[in-house]
Design a protein around this ligand. Structure first.
Ligand code: BT5
Length: 319
């Protein structure tokens, strides 16, 4: 009923709807309409009630409400089902549990805040209110060693979404960061359950510093709010991410990573730069010269030798 009432408001923008009209159209009592309007107000919808005129929707809350995300979304896979939490430990953890229980591809888990947001290698992702914490269940027909490609496909989808919604200049720092003015605004964590040659599912976790005040974040980070000097619509940004993901994922499945790689290179913060790459058992310094057709980073060491890096942390070395 809440959804039906909202639909009615949205179809009659800026118009007062009387309780009587609404009760007739939705075939419920006026008392029921009133009760649902109170519930919507509690969710943060700004609904004006004026005697003799009726109700009018003034503002939608900037909250990650599933119905708002699905409203006009237009995707077939991503966002098929949306779960949203006020507070949770980690959306990746929840999505992983759902996937293990058989949840289908395209299910999305969102949270307003996380208490144990996960970065890679057991690191912490600071997750205060105002950010976007989102995990998607994907069941791609790819080999486990192709996950690196998939992470980059996701990074491109998110980077373009931020660009399209905010007009800010963003860059992708291989393999999983999105930067604005060299500072991290988004991190991506892909986790998977796989057998030796087959992926059962991937959990694609995306953390974006959207409407967060700068002071709470590490000095290496920034937020969209800081850059824009104002708030961004998280709902619009999430919708754009989901539709971009759907498009890029479709290209990736049908035509392969090669088709997307150029877009990733164009936005790369890494290529052409001197970098220091550390992975669990090694460290290299040199110039990042290419991302190959399997998503690996190619470094030219000072000796002239080239090194192919499959995973690791990249630091841009200032010169
Ligand atoms: C990442 O790891 O960048 C992956 C972050 C993924 C977070 C999402 S939120 C939704 C989903 N649910 C989860 O539980 N996780 C995913 P990594 O490359 O390891 O970077 C982690 C490092 O970034 C930390 O060690 C800090 O230095 C820094 N950091 C922590 N919180 C940050 C923030 N909010 N913004 C920018 N940098 C941050």
């Amino acid at each position: 009923m809440d959804t039906k009432i909202l639909d009615l408001f949205k179809r009659h923008k800026d118009v007062y709807l009387s309780g009587e009209d609404m009760s007739r159209k939705l075939k419920v009592s006026r008392a029921a309409i009133w009760k649902h309007i109170e519930k919507l107000r509690e969710l943060g919808y700004d609904i004006e009630a004026t005697p003799h005129l009726g109700y009018r929707l003034l503002n939608i809350p900037d909250k990650m409400i599933p119905d708002e995300i699905k409203d006009g979304l237009g995707t077939k896979i991503f966002g098929k089902a949306v779960y949203s939490f006020e507070l949770t430990d980690s959306t990746n953890r929840i999505a992983y549990d759902l996937a293990e229980k058989g949840a289908e591809e395209g299910v999305i888990v969102l949270a307003e805040q996380q208490t144990k947001g996960k970065g890679r290698l057991g690191r912490e992702w600071i997750s205060p209110k105002g950010g976007i914490y989102m995990s998607c269940i994907i069941r791609p027909d790819i080999m486990p060693n192709e996950i690196q490609e998939f992470t980059l496909v996701a990074a491109l989808s998110v980077a373009n979404a931020i660009r399209e919604i905010t007009a800010l200049e963003v860059q992708i720092k291989w393999p999983n960061d999105i930067l604005i003015k060299r500072k991290k605004v988004c991190g991506i964590l892909t986790e998977m359950k796989a057998e030796s040659d087959k992926i059962d599912f991937i959990i694609l976790g995306i953390g974006i510093n959207a409407n967060i005040d700068g002071g709470i974040l590490p000095s290496t980070a920034t937020s969209l709010k800081t850059q824009l000097k104002g708030a961004v619509s998280r709902i619009e940004l999430i919708k754009k991410i989901l539709s971009n993901l759907e498009r890029e994922y479709d290209i990736f499945k049908k035509k392969g990573f090669n088709e997307i790689c150029d877009g990733i290179k164009e936005l790369s913060a890494t290529l052409g730069k001197r970098v220091k790459v550390t992975s669990q058992d090694s460290a290299y310094e040199g110039e990042a010269v290419d991302i190959d057709d399997e998503g690996a980073l190619i470094i030219r060491l000072d000796s002239g030798m080239q090194k192919r890096i499959l995973s690791g942390d990249v630091m841009l070395v200032r010169q």
